[in-house]
Design a protein around this ligand. Structure first.
Ligand code: SF4
Length: 377
C-alpha cells in the first residue's frame, strides 16, 4: 500500500538550508533543532530527509488552502480588513498536544491525521490569491519554517505580482533561516507558547531558540506580532505571563501581544477552556509590563476593550473590532492617531479599503464574497 510518506518522498527537491557533513551526513538549518541527519533518515520534522548525502525538502504541493481575514492570523497592525490567502504543507518540528492544526501538522506522526497533499505551483497559488482579492499570502497551518524553500518560491512569485507575504510560525528559527527569509517575508507571527523551558520540552522544542528568533525578527525589521494561547494550568500563571510580557516589552513595547483562549483540541482535552477572566488577567499583565498593544482573542464580545486598538498616547479609539471584523477604522493615511498625531507602529494602507470577509472560507466553495465596509461611526 502506498503511504503518505511514500507520496511525500516524491514531492521534494534539494534544500537550500543545509550543509554537508562527513560520512554522507547533513545538517539542516531550517529550524532550531539543527538536525544532524544520517544518510537514509529524516529529521525530527519527518518531512526533510537525507538521501545519499543530499537534503531533500517538501516541494510542489499544499496540504490545504483557505482564505482568512488577516485578523485571524492574527495580524492586527497590518492592513486591517485585508484578505490573507493562506496555504500550508504538512508536518511540524513540534508536537503540541493541543495543536489546532493537527490534521496537517501531525500528518506524518499520527495515523489519524489524514490530510492528502494537493498538487500546486507557485503560479497557481498566486493567481488564485489575486483572483479572490487577497492582499497578503501567508504560509501557515503546518510549521512554515520546515518548508521555507517552498514558501520562498511562492513568495517570490507573490511579490512579483504585488502581494505582501507572511509567516505564521512557532518561532523555532535559526540565524540561517531568518537571513534566507528576510528578502521575501513581510509579516511574521510567532506563537510564544510558554516562558518555561520544561514546558517547551514537553512540546518537543526548547525555549532559547524561540526567544532568540523573536529578538532577531524584531532587529531585522520583519513586522512582528506575538500570540500566546492561554492553556489553563499549563502557561497561565501570573509569574509566567509576567516574565513573558516583560521579555517582549524589553525588546519593544510596540510589539503587539495577543493572548487568546484555548479550547479543547487534539490530545489535550483535560484542561478546561480558557475563561474570559484569564484573558483579562493576562491582558492586564501585558499592559502592566509596558506593552502598548495587548489584545484578547477567541472570545469575541467577552473581552471588553481588549479587541480594539487605542492610541497609547491619548487613548483615542483607532480600530474597533468584533472577532475578526473591523467595525471602525480611524487612522490617518500615514498610520497616525487622528487626534494627537502619534505614529502607530504597523504596516498601514493609506486608506481602509473595506473588508472582503470577516470569516474564513475555502476557495471554490463559495463565490467571492462581497466587500463590505465599516459601519458608520
Ligand atoms: S526542519 Fe528542523 S526538524 Fe526538520 S530536518 Fe530541519 S532542523 Fe530537523
Amino acid at each position: 500500500m502506498t503511504t503518505l510518506r511514500d507520496i511525500l518522498s516524491e514531492r521534494v527537491r534539494e534544500g537550500d538550508l543545509y550543509e554537508k557533513l562527513d560520512r554522507n551526513r547533513v545538517r539542516c538549518y531550517a529550524c532550531g533543532h539543527c538536525c544532524p541527519i544520517p544518510d537514509g533518515q529524516p529529521g525530527v520534522c519527518k518531512v526533510r530527509f537525507n538521501r545519499g548525502g543530499t537534503l531533500y525538502v517538501p516541494w510542489g504541493y499544499v496540504g490545504g488552502v483557505q482564505c482568512d481575514p488577516i485578523e485571524k492570523k492574527p495580524f492586527f497592525h497590518a492592513y486591517p480588513g485585508a484578505l490573507a490567502y493562506s496555504f500550508g504543507m504538512l508536518g511540524c518540528d513540534l508536537h503540541c498536544a493541543y495543536c489546532q492544526n493537527w490534521v496537517t501538522s501531525q500528518a506524518l506522526r499520527d495515523p489519524s491525521a489524514v490530510s492528502p497533499p494537493l498538487h500546486a505551483s507557485p503560479e497557481e497559488l498566486v493567481a488564485q490569491a489575486i483572483g479572490l482579492g487577497a492582499k497578503v499570502i501567508v504560509s501557515t497551518y503546518n510549521e512554515p519554517l520546515i518548508t521555507s524553500e517552498w514558501a520562498v518560491a511562492v513568495f517570490q512569485e507573490a511579490k512579483a505580482a504585488g502581494l505582501l507575504t507572511g509567516f505564521v510560525s512557532n518561532g523555532n528559527g535559526t540565524p540561517q533561516v531568518l537571513e534566507y527569509l528576510r528578502p521575501w517575508v513581510d509579516l511574521y507571527k510567532v506563537d510564544l507558547k510558554s516562558f518555561d523551558d520544561r514546558h517547551y520540552r514537553q512540546l518537543g522544542g526548547r525555549l532559547q531558540p524561540i526567544l532568540e528568533t523573536i529578538r532577531s525578527l524584531y532587529a531585522m525589521g520583519f513586522w512582528l506580532e506575538i500570540v500566546t494561547l492561554l492553556v489553563p494550568g499549563f502557561n497561565d500563571s501570573d509569574d509566567e505571563l509576567t516574565r513573558m510580557a516583560e521579555f517582549l516589552a524589553g525588546i519593544s513595547p510596540d510589539i503587539p501581544w495577543h493572548v487568546t483562549a484555548f479550547h479543547k483540541d487534539y490530545k489535550m482535552t483535560d484542561p478546561d477552556d480558557t475563561p474570559p477572566q484569564t484573558l483579562l488577567r493576562a491582558a492586564e499583565i501585558g499592559r502592566r509590563a509596558g506593552l502598548r498593544f495587548v489584545y484578547a482573542g477567541n472570545l469575541p464580545g467577552r473581552a471588553g476593550d481588549w479587541e480594539n486598538t487605542r492610541c497609547p498616547n491619548c487613548s483615542e479609539l483607532l480600530i474597533e473590532r468584533y472577532s475578526f471584523r473591523v467595525l471602525r477604522y480611524n487612522l490617518t493615511p500615514t498610520g497616525g492617531c487622528p487626534s494627537c498625531g502619534h505614529a502607530i507602529p504597523g504596516r498601514w494602507a493609506p486608506t481602509f479599503e473595506g473588508q472582503i470577509a470577516s470569516t474564513p472560507f475555502l476557495p471554490g466553495r463559495r463565490r467571492r464574497p462581497a466587500r463590505f465596509s465599516i459601519l458608520p461611526s
